[in-house]
Design a protein around this ligand. Structure first.
Ligand SMILES: NC(=O)c1ccc[n+]([C@@H]2O[C@H](COP(=O)([O-])OP(=O)(O)OC[C@H]3O[C@@H](n4cnc5c(N)ncnc54)[C@H](OP(=O)(O)O)[C@@H]3O)[C@@H](O)[C@H]2O)c1
Length: 316
């Protein structure tokens, strides 16, 4: 039974946002805006309005006329290498989606007294000094960042300027879940490649904090309940490397005896490939702030066990 709390989700067809709708469609009265309605006329969404975020007039009108108290934006241009092709173009689709549309959402939410939640990324950091806390300066501080990360960073800066109160930025990192037909996340990609015997070497020199998507949905629910404002990181309780993550993943899904098949690689060479967006090397997110508030993100080992259990029960 839906509560009377009304939530407007922007980007309900996304890997991360669709999980919130699936998990909390019964708890909240959720309406959505986006290009694609993957939930049909079912029970999870009370309404869906088809809008491209570049249509600023319709976007502003839809938020203004919504009776939702909370607006959560999951929509973004997320293909980091494709974003790189628009590098430097502040009038391009990537910047309009990841930055200008966010500024518009923040400004309309402020005018209308709605609380605004923006989902962001560890790619706003240059990856020279992680794992990062919410207080660490983002943007290209010691090194350049890719266009995806830069436009998400610009979105954060604009949001902070427009609506420092009544809004929340939730940064996540390498999100993964048990199942989603429309997009393969990096954990399921590792599993698929391993099954095909095509798993490439996994970086042992990159620090990252993969985020269980179940934790993101639960954290959004928790932050709504706590009327939270400001920045929060939601990620694995402590950071790891892709090599250790993949080893744990293969061991859990295929047995400990297969763990040794995961080979070691280096991100340094990967980041040198021209046209590819640079990935944070010493990246990762610290989660002490949200833990102090009372939300405990899972460790990556628990996250892997969670998707394994769910995949087994789904028959995948
Ligand atoms: N995936 C990651 O590795 C990662 C890591 C850290 C943070 N994040 C952040 O987490 C959030 C969700 O990411 P995700 O990977 O779940 O996203 P995703 O699966 O790539 O989906 C992107 C969403 O944005 C919508 N969208 C993109 N451009 C749009 C436009 N011009 N107008 C309307 N809708 C548009 C898409 O709609 P259509 O389905 O109709 O195209 C889709 O709902 C994003 O803010 C992202 O920056 C993601």
């Amino acid at each position: 039974m839906a509560s009377s709390t009304k939530v407007l989700v922007i980007g309900s067809s996304s890997l991360v946002g669709s999980h919130f709708v699936e998990t909390f469609g019964d708890k909240y009265d959720i309406s959505a805006i986006g290009r694609k309605n993957i939930f049909g006329d079912g029970k999870l969404l009370s309404s869906f309005e088809r809008i491209d975020l570049e249509d600023r007039e319709r976007l502003a009108k839809a938020i203004r006329s919504s009776d939702a108290e909370f607006v959560i934006n999951y929509a973004a241009e997320t293909n980091v290498d494709a974003c790189e092709a628009e590098s430097g173009n502040e009038k391009g689709h990537v910047c309009l989606t990841n930055s200008e549309a966010v500024a518009l959402m923040a400004s309309v939410c402020k005018e209308e007294g709605k609380r605004f939640f923006q989902i962001s990324t560890d790619f706003v950091f240059d990856g020279t000094n992680g794992p990062y806390s919410e207080d660490d300066p983002a943007g290209p501080i010691n090194s350049k960042i890719g266009w995806y990360g830069y436009t998400k960073y610009l979105g954060e800066v604009k949001l902070n300027k427009i609506a420092p109160q009544g809004s929340c930025i939730i940064r996540i990192s390498y999100p993964y879940r048990a199942h989603f037909d429309l997009k393969t996340d990096f954990a399921r990609n590792i599993i698929d490649l391993y099954r095909k015997g095509k798993l490439y070497p996994m970086f042992e020199d990159q620090i990252f904090s993969p985020t269980l998507i179940d934790d993101v949905s639960n954290a959004v629910d928790f932050l709504i309940a706590n009327s939270a404002e400001g920045k929060y990181h939601v990620a694995s309780k402590y950071p790891t490397t892709p090599f250790l993550f993949a080893s744990e993943l293969i061991s859990t899904f295929f047995g400990k005896e297969n763990e040794a098949e995961v080979k070691r690689g280096s991100i340094v060479d990967f980041n040198k490939v021209p046209g590819r967006a640079p990935r944070p090397v010493r990246g990762g997110l610290r989660t002490d702030k949200i833990q102090k508030l009372g939300f405990l993100p899972k460790t990556f080992e628990d996250g892997i066990r969670t998707i394994f259990k769910a995949s087994t029960s789904l028959g995948h």
